[in-house]
Write a protein that binds this ligand. Structure first.
Ligand SMILES: *Cc1c(COP(=O)(O)O)cnc(C)c1O
Length: 400
């Protein structure tokens, strides 16, 4: 018997509401990649650095002594830069004093929002497959997920507005929206966002809008922020971060914009989670938003090319692929290979051909909805993608 079990009479130290969350599939797949020397197209982080000027700004800030607690809402330069960016790109006006909150990545913005808004037993609508931290944030709040499934339709993943409406009940408090969407690569159209907006307004819901891939959209597709739709600014928490836009996922510096009442509620929670986030990264993020969006244009073009390279390889290997309009990810349907279970395939893939992917089914409340899909990340150097494509070419032979 462990010391904990002796002391408490309970076998498991972890609280019940978090027990459904085991070690993430990313940890399992990364360990498998290391053990087998595989190419890891499982985890979505870039293998090249962000813009030099931005990196330099962080170093300078540390050397200049920006090393003590920044203000709780975030350093003024970053709050100002975020507001300028929102205005310039989307015509959305936010007040840097009171309508912006800097967070420890988008992840903290999401968790603090759910914790601030939901009483135990309240419900939150999520589109499945969803980013894994959504489910955990909802569970931490003691709230309940109401999933709406995104399904393939015309080569992309989308939802049925009727299902969305049916998922909302008297205890529904919020809907979590992610566009551009991880892991399907869907960028919601204005029509899709309008359907979400209509439900939010009819049922008086808050929209928690995760837009971390706002700049990573391809083929001229436009990212439309949910808050820019009529009647939505007043009920939307718009979230983004420096990680994906500027290829620094390790910096964990994010922000949210919302009406003052909502920001103040979220800040009440955030101040006791982390109080504030790293000062040097905040200054560098402000610099990047003001001076490095040209660099992001180059990143976007490069990623579109990487996407096409990987898709060509996956198609040649026998998968059916879904060309993403945004994000780092492509979904591949495994059924044309005569297979049905993505979990089984992703566990075998490293041994078979030395490539790691992620089973999409782990992002669902109803895993059967996503059993046939696996997710590949293409935010890697071209030579890595080419090597993966070469290995994938042997897949059909290996599975026999
Ligand atoms: C990467 C990612 C996040 C996390 O962003 P951080 O700024 O690193 O916390 C949130 N949502 C989605 C959809 C992501 O892909």
């Amino acid at each position: 018997m462990s010391w904990f079990a002796r002391m408490s009479g309970v076998n498991e130290p972890l609280v019940a509401r978090m027990r459904e969350f085991g070690t993430t599939v990313f940890a399992e797949m990364t360990a498998l990649a290391v053990r087998t020397g595989s190419i890891n197209l499982g985890q979505g982080f870039p293998d090249t650095d962000g813009p030099e000027g931005m990196l330099e700004r962080a170093v300078e800030a540390i050397r200049a002594g920006v090393n003590q607690y920044p203000p709780g809402p975030g350093v003024p330069e970053l709050r100002q830069a975020v507001c300028e960016h929102r205005k310039e790109h989307y015509g959305l006006l936010y007040d840097p004093d009171g309508e912006v909150l800097v967070t420890v990545g988008a992840t903290e913005a999401l968790a603090a929002s759910v914790l601030a808004l939901c009483e135990p037993g309240d419900e939150v609508v999520v589109f499945e497959p969803y980013y894994d931290s959504y489910a955990a944030a909802i569970a931490l709040a003691g709230a309940v997920r109401r999933p709406v499934t995104l399904r393939p339709d015309g080569g992309r993943f989308t939802f049925d507005p009727g299902e969305l409406r049916a998922a909302v009940g008297p205890r529904t408090r919020a809907v979590m929206v992610n566009s551009p969407h991880n892991p399907t690569g869907t960028v919601f159209t204005r029509e899709e966002l309008s359907a979400i907006a209509a439900v939010c307004q009819e049922r008086d819901l808050v929209a928690i809008s995760d837009e971390v891939y706002e700049h990573l959209v391809y083929d001229g597709v436009e990212h439309v922020p949910l808050a820019s739709l009529p009647g939505m600014r007043e009920r939307t928490i718009m979230i983004s971060s420096v990680g994906k836009t500027f290829s620094v996922t390790g910096w964990k510096t994010g922000w949210l914009c919302a009406p003052a009442e909502l920001v103040s509620a979220v800040q009440r929670v955030k101040q006791y989670l982390t109080f504030t986030s790293g000062g040097p990264w905040q200054l560098a993020a402000a610099y990047a938003l003001r001076h490095e969006l040209g660099w992001v244009e180059g990143l976007r073009a490069a990623l579109a090319g990487k996407r096409d390279r990987l898709i060509a390889g996956l198609d040649a290997a026998g998968f059916t692929t879904f060309r993403p309009a945004g994000t780092y990810f492509v979904q591949a349907d495994i059924r044309p290979l005569g297979l049905t279970d993505g979990m089984e395939l992703t566990r075998r893939l490293p041994e078979l051909i030395g490539v790691v992917a992620v089973p999409t089914q782990v992002f669902y409340d109803r895993p059967e909805q996503g059993r046939r899909f696996i997710r590949f990340a293409f935010c890697k150097r071209d030579e890595i993608i080419d090597e993966a494509v070469g290995r994938l070419a042997g897949l059909r032979r290996e599975i026999g």
